[in-house]
Design a binder for this molecule. Structure first.
Ligand SMILES: Cc1ncc(COP(=O)(O)O)c(C=O)c1O
Length: 473
């Protein structure tokens, strides 16, 4: 299929060239309602709706269908869908399409919160599997075939397995082996590949999930490819999943007025990726290596080496106990990281050179000066809680609906069942799951994160947590 085409993007630009008089929504009328213009004028010019020639996301038969088909061909799926509410909506639809109320789904413990929300909406029973702890990365990053098999043997009625690949830091694992194992049990493998869309460009990137055998894959095109924020894909890789149910949930969960700039940015991002030659990728990787060298020359942090399992577009700075303080120092010179944890700062590259290396070097000299001043600041060490390999919740989602909740101070929380997930954000991965029994090590970890300055999406997190009342202790 012609990868040079970008039918939806071109139709939108063509529509604008007609100098249309809008007698339809949206109410900004291509931005003309603002007599003095606005900062987002250029976006409003192409913020159209389902008029003739621009198709309809929920019943595509024109340019949107063509753009989705070209994307499907590029990514190697049976069918691909444009998403306008991020991988979030893809994860929700994927879980809802796989699970009826009460069904079991095997899920990676450190999944994104959208997966947990999908499970709760579906009324499914999650069986959590923890990836292996890696001393080398100080993270739970490697999902093994053995751990998945252990869960599949213990829960033979599970309707599927849902994994995150790669993790936020770009670390992958032997997904192909895991996919074969899951398929041996006759169930689908669902993959949240929010951070891995560019793996489709081939070496030196790790193998993409679809190619490794995943049955449904969700990707945020806005994270690592040049699409607009929220623009994402859902790909179907086999007939082990019910595409009719997937479509049903996508049209139920997504707006009936999906944004044309978002959708067209998916068309454009796919076109950009398909247009990148091997030489373009080599030039990009050379740039990345040059930047890595600049960061490696600083004594203030450690840059772990890349392995064959790592995405080269992620750069990690390690500084034990001071990740948040380091991120602050970088931000003070206008270098904004993707995220900080207690001991790491994550920087991500795009699919092109977007700054001058000399400018970066100048700014890092200022960071150096600041960190020398900061060096006496105490570091706070945090041990990550150790997770069981296979674990279910203490309370089912349907019991949670019926059970009253109460506020609980941290000193009394050990052994209680959490009525809310504890979510440092980013990355939006739960330290405590809703419905999980709270352990001492989780409490210690959360309190250390608070002291270090981590951001949470929970109210009053400094003092305590909402727990379920009753006999669950
Ligand atoms: C692993 C993972 N999955 C899903 C999401 C949600 O993606 P989106 O922001 O595209 O909705 C995120 C967001 O950070 C994520 O890290």
């Amino acid at each position: 299929m012609e990868q040079k085409k970008k039918p939806l993007y071109d139709a939108l630009v063509q529509h604008q060239k007609k100098d249309p008089i809008s007698f339809h929504v949206p109410g900004h009328k291509f931005g003309r309602v603002y007599p003095d213009g606005t900062a987002f004028e250029s976006v409003l010019h192409i913020d159209a709706t389902e008029v003739s020639g621009l198709d309809d996301l929920h019943a595509p038969e024109g340019v949107i269908k063509e753009a989705q088909d070209i994307a499907s061909h590029y990514f190697g799926s049976l069918e691909s869908f444009f998403l306008v509410n991020g991988s979030t909506v893809g994860n929700l639809a994927m879980v809802l399409a796989t699970c009826h109320p009460g069904d079991q789904l095997i899920v990676q413990r450190n999944c994104h919160k959208s997966v947990l929300n999908g499970l709760e909406l579906a009324g499914a029973e999650p069986i959590f599997v923890a990836p292996e702890w890696e001393e080398e990365t100080n993270r739970y990053s490697v999902m093994t075939k053995e751990a998945i098999k252990q869960a599949l043997d213990a829960y033979p009625d599970a309707k599927g397995v849902l994994l995150t690949y790669p993790d936020y830091f770009g670390r992958t694992y032997a997904l192909r082996e895991v996919a074969e194992c899951v398929h041996d049990y006759g169930i689908p493998l669902l993959v949240d590949e929010a951070h891995g869309i560019h793996f489709h460009m081939g070496a030196p990137f790790p193998e993409p999930a679809l190619q490794a055998g995943a049955d449904v894959v969700v990707q945020s095109a806005h994270k690592m490819a040049p699409a607009m924020t929220m623009a994402s894909f859902l790909h179907v890789g086999s007939d082990r999943v019910n595409t009719r149910r997937l479509k049903h949930y996508l049209q139920m969960l997504q707006s009936s007025s999906p944004s044309y700039p978002l959708m067209a940015s998916l068309d454009l991002a796919r076109h950009y990726m398909a247009g990148m030659t091997e030489e373009d990728v080599r030039v990009l990787i050379r740039f990345v290596m040059e930047v890595r060298d600049v960061f490696r020359s600083s004594p203030h942090w450690n840059v772990p080496p890349l392995t064959e399992w790592d995405d080269p577009l992620k750069l990690i700075l390690e500084k034990e106990g001071s990740g948040f303080a380091l991120a602050e120092a970088l931000e003070s010179v206008g270098l904004f990281p993707e995220l900080a944890t207690s001991g790491q700062v994550l920087l991500t590259f795009g699919l092109g050179e977007s700054f001058e290396v000399e400018d970066l070097k100048r700014r890092l000299m200022d960071v150096d000066r600041q960190l020398k001043k900061q060096s006496k600041r105490a570091t706070i060490k945090v041990d990550q809680p150790r997770l069981p390999v296979v674990q279910s919740l203490a309370l089912s989602f349907s019991d949670m609906i019926e059970t009253p909740v109460k506020w609980c101070r941290w000193q009394d929380a050990e052994g209680e069942v959490a009525a809310e997930a504890v979510l440092p954000y980013p990355p939006g991965i739960a330290v405590v799951l809703k419905g999980e029994r709270i352990s001492r090590s989780q409490i210690d970890y959360i309190q250390a994160l608070i002291k270090q300055g981590a951001s949470f999406q929970n109210e009053q997190i400094e003092q305590g947590i909402m727990v379920f009342k009753g006999e669950w202790k």
